[in-house]
Write a protein that binds this ligand. Sequence first.
Ligand code: PAJ
Length: 279
Amino acid sequence: MKSLQTIADMRTASRAARREGKRLGFVPTMGALHEGHLSLVRAARAQCDVVAVSIFVNPLQFGPQEDLAKYPRPFERDSELLKKEGVDFLFAPAPEEMYPGGAVTYVTVESLSDKLCGRSRPGHFRGVTTVVAKLFHIVEPDSAFFGQKDAAQAAIIRRMVRDLNMPVEIAVRPIVREPDGLAMSSRNAYLKPDERKSALILHRALTEVKNQFDQGQRRGAALIESGKQVLAQEPAVRLDYLEIVDPDTLDPTEVITRPALVAVAGFAGTTRLIDNTLL
Ligand code: PAJ
């Protein structure tokens, strides 16, 4: 595995691979890697000839009161994991390399960026789309791999790629969970044992919504109510939102006649967790 810190070196490496006719797969991450990230790496490995992974804790997508400073950065461990997965290029730029100062250009996917997490995290999705657009220009992948765990992020990136004619195929892969159902997340490391237990309520609420749907309930409001009743059993988790939306537009669905996304976000202690399921 080749480790690259500069944009110029990353570009040279990926262009050389593509010049040889290799199909280049790309997995953008913020590191603190877990099985969810590795599932994306394995999908890239299976579908592409050469795999590039980026590790960059993107300051632009964190709010001023959020966890940028304490976000875990176990770089040596991550690097070992990626080496074992047969990754070809690890791109890990310093913040100054990505944002040398003076940048005033942003990518915003309007109307989608203020839905779901975008409502409680103003500017978050603008930070995500700006950095992903930059990474796509630097790496120039044929395919890029994202997790369904961040369903709104995946929808927004698909939309950015479509609207701006970016020549990248977007693959979205299923959520990887712990054996008890908790969706894997780098932020799970923040959870104290009691919070870790309480956090399971998010998955339980989604399961209840899915059960009600499977039993024939099609009204969004009724389905949300059934999920909220489950969430109320765990007062230690503060709900941010539980919504049923169109998976592409992220607009609320009143009556479910097409595939719909049930998305939930809540705080266990000070840790913000998200999860979702498709109906
Ligand atoms: P990060 O949270 O590190 O996640 C990197 C990728 O891993 C994302 O596509 C995310 O959806 C996926 N992922 C995380 N947990 C997962 C799980 N349990 N199962 C499956 N996939 C999972 O998302 C980001 O970083 C950033 O916003 C980024 C896209 C890198 C831009 O900075």
